[in-house]
Design a binder for this molecule. Sequence first.
Ligand SMILES: [Zn+2]
Length: 321
Amino acid sequence: MACRLLYFYNETEVSIHGDDYELQSTVFTWQISVNSSTHLWNAFNLLGWTWRQQAAVVNKPVDRDAWITHPTIVNAFYYPSMNSITIPAGILQSPFYEKGRLAAMNYGGIGMVIGHEITHGFDNSGRLYDARGNLVNWWTPKTAETFKEKAQCFVDQYSGYEVPELSGMEERFVNGTLTLGENIADNGGVEEALLAFFNYIDRNGAEPSLPGLDFLTSEQLFFVTFAYNWCGHSTKEYLQNQILYDPHSPANFRVRGSLSNSAAFAKAFGCRADQPMVRGNDSCILWGPDESGGSVPSSMRLGYYFVSLWLLLRLGQWNFP
Ligand SMILES: [Zn+2]
């Protein structure tokens, strides 16, 4: 328990006095009782401590260096009010990242996650905040209108997904409106990471194949790793709760939704136009190469290339294989 508390807040210190813990942060000290026989009160006490932490910084200058989560968390975050992304140390491990393995896997893993978080800055919520995290409109009316049209494509696509485990139930379809921001981030993230991977290949040359999976090309391995990130198993109750309240689509639709929109995926696996994972002309594209030849506002292209460049530079700094 103490280990978890240690990372409860950036720079939080914990002293142990018998069954009680004292949490001391940069903001204030608060005696908290945590012990093995009062689980519910432990939860209340920790929640209270968290809320007091947040309330204590109201009307204070923004601390742009504050961590918004613990380093042990296996997750990643975009924070619109800061226009920042946070990649905790906890996610820098398999299946997302592993030093020394093929770059195709790291770009399909943590590369996609980083692209996902950056793209949140350009989703239906993130786009409303400017570079400093202020709620300011910085888009032209034409760009905003085009964005809404293209975003509606994702709403319609994902709303059509029926969760097989919930077959026959009243609530069984993904809510394309609730999950819009995450779906935009998923679709943009995987395309941006792929472009960054291609740039890596241009600079470093082609990669060897993966022993045991040497029938896969590098591009195929990239997409397989992306899909592998979302492997999992959920109860029916979890899925019910997820489609009603969670802004993330169920894991299999995060894969099917993104990759069926991707011309690069169809090309990598040689899919025919009539196959289920190819949406072809119905593909939804917001932040990615405009395969259809249609017009994409220049500000959107700029955002896309900026994200790709950023990914490339960051992955290079982290000394990926
Ligand atoms: Zn997200």
